[in-house]
Design a protein around this ligand. Structure first.
Ligand code: NAP
Length: 487
């Protein structure tokens, strides 16, 4: 069950992947995948319903015991093979990502490398799951601690990194010995289905990974949450949906990992190297056209350098080439859809009404496609809506500040706490400010924190748990303790 993508000529799977087989939906329905650069249909995918969801969960549940029994090295070899296959197919996967999500091909290739790395990293972690062996204080008993896979997992991902958000969950789940049911975002199912194909080729047994694209996320995921078979949900997406899933996890006391929204502060102190800060800002703002949970949302710049920073950032942002992601030299693709673009325009209009100055950009590009020009706003009023809303677009809002205490209070004045960026040449100050920021990750003189070897995640309403790093696999493992008397 494949289709040839109109834009790329590539063949991609379009079915549901359940129990090791490609299937049509029980509902008989399909849905269209659109190219955000043109608004045109590029593929038609099977639309999973609750019956399909139940079949997927049954397949994951029945494969769980035998997958948990596989040797760690066997799981490791499969993940390593999947890593190599992804790298071999970089061009193909990058084209699919660009076609359905819009990011420029160069960025899509970057996502393929980043996404593949989670499989390599967790192939190495699969063989390092370890326990503990101690004695009770009185010496009369042994304490043997082992690690066991949590069980069948529900994985739900957003559209902004269609490959990497999947591999960041599938990698540790499979390494730990868990089977999965995976629902990719409605707007970007093709990358997830191509990934399923690769996992089959890498040797993943039937039922271990099941993929159900759908237009009815609430019903499909809801049926998994209520199934009684799932032991864990790992979700990446909005805080709003994360809260719904946390409530749905309560009746079965299900383990949860939540990678939710962000509202990252980007702080430039008066002693910062401004060139370095502008370089960092380009990455923290423009990676993925600003459609990233890690995107710098609020640029707090010391008043003495605020205008200089805004002008230099505007010069760099204004020179970026905007266009369809597969266009020659394109650096900024379209936003995901009309709704996302309208939200960006509304936030910009609000800031301008409150007295901000558009140094560059500020008005949406005419269609077709959902393009928005890179925009820098200077002198933004902290009461503006974009201070408390994820912009999810290529808009940098510069807010001047005067003192360290003031900027820390402003930066922490949000319900989110995913990441913060600090630019200063004073190492004591850098660490002090990083420690005072209420976030799970800090970039010191850098605009990029994401790395499969690091624990990614947030505090406050940005989520629960960590993905990647040495602790990423823990999210998919339970402790089991054996009490053994010494005779
Ligand atoms: P979203 O609307 O929450 O969607 C995320 C996923 O949840 C999609 O697969 C979606 O399906 C599904 N979903 C929607 N409603 C659901 C429901 N009632 N029950 C179960 N699943 C449901 O988020 P988004 O707009 O796609 O993604 C952007 C958000 O993700 C931003 O807030 C961003 O910060 C966050 N994000 C966080 C991280 C992180 O690691 N912290 C990384 C990337 C993105 P449909 O596609 O069918 O709606």
């Amino acid at each position: 069950m494949t289709t040839s993508l109109t834009r790329t000529g590539l063949d991609t799977p379009t079915g549901l992947f359940i129990g090791g087989a490609w299937r049509a939906s029980n509902s008989g329905k399909t849905f269209d995948v659109l190219d955000p650069a043109t608004g045109e249909v590029i593929a038609t995918v099977e639309d999973g319903d609750v019956a399909d969801a139940r079949a997927a969960m049954a397949a994951a549940a029945s494969a769980q015991d035998s997958w948990a029994q596989t040797a760690p090295r066997e799981r490791s070899v499969i993940l390593r093979r999947a890593f190599e296959l992804i790298i071999e197919r970089t061009e193909e996967l990058a084209s699919i990502i660009t076609a359905e999500m819009g990011k420029p091909l160069a960025d899509a290739r970057g996502e393929v490398a980043y996404g593949a790395e989670f499989f390599r990293w967790f192939s190495e972690e699969a063989v390092r799951i370890s326990g503990d062996h101690t004695l009770t204080g009185d010496g009369k008993n042994r304490i043997i601690v082992t690690r066991a896979p949590v069980g069948p997992c529900i994985l739900v991902t957003p559209w902004n990194f269609p490959l990497a958000m999947g591999t960041r969950k599938i990698g540790p789940a499979l390494a730990a010995g868990c089977t999965v049911v995976f629902k990719p975002a409605e707007q970007t199912p093709l990358t997830a289905l191509a990934l399923a194909d690769i996992l089959v080729e890498a040797g993943v047994p039937d039922g271990v990974v099941n993929v159900v694209p759908t237009t009815n996320a609430a019903e499909v995921v809801g049926s998994w949450m209520a199934s009684g078979s799932a032991r864990k949900i790992s979700f990446t997406g909005s805080t709003e949906v994360g809260k719904i899933l946390l409530a749905q996890a309560a009746p079965t006391v299900m383990r949860t990992s939540m990678e939710l929204g962000g509202n990252a502060p980007f702080i430039v102190a008066e002693d910062a190297d401004v060139d370095r800060a502008v370089d960092g800002a380009m990455v923290a703002k423009m990676r993925n056209m600003g459609e990233a949970c890690t995107a710098a949302n609020r640029f707090f710049v010391h008043r003495s350098v605020a205008d200089e920073f805004a002008d230099r950032l505007a010069a760099r942002m204004g020179s970026l080439k905007v266009g369809a992601g597969d266009g020659d030299g394109v650096e900024v693709g379209p936003l995901i859809d009309g709704e996302g673009r309208a939200k960006v325009q509304r936030l910009v209009d609000d800031a301008l009404l409150r007295g901000a100055r558009a140094v560059v950009g500020g008005t949406e590009a005419p269609g077709p496609g959902y393009f928005y020009p890179p925009t820098v706003l200077d002198g933004v009023d902290p009461a503006s809506d974009l201070m408390s809303t994820e912009i999810f677009g290529p808009v940098a809002a510069v807010i001047p500040f005067d003192t360290e205490d003031e900027v820390i209070a402003l930066a922490n004045d949000t319900e989110w706490g995913l990441v913060g960026y600090v630019f200063t040449q004073d190492i004591d100050r850098a660490l002090r400010m990083g420690e005072r920021l209420e976030v799970g990750m800090v970039g010191l003189n850098t605009g990029l924190v994401s790395n499969p070897a690091a624990p990614f995640g947030g505090v406050k309403q940005s989520g629960l748990g960590r993905e990647g790093g040495k602790v990423g696999i823990d999210e998919f493992l339970e402790y089991k303790y054996f009490a053994v008397p010494r005779s």
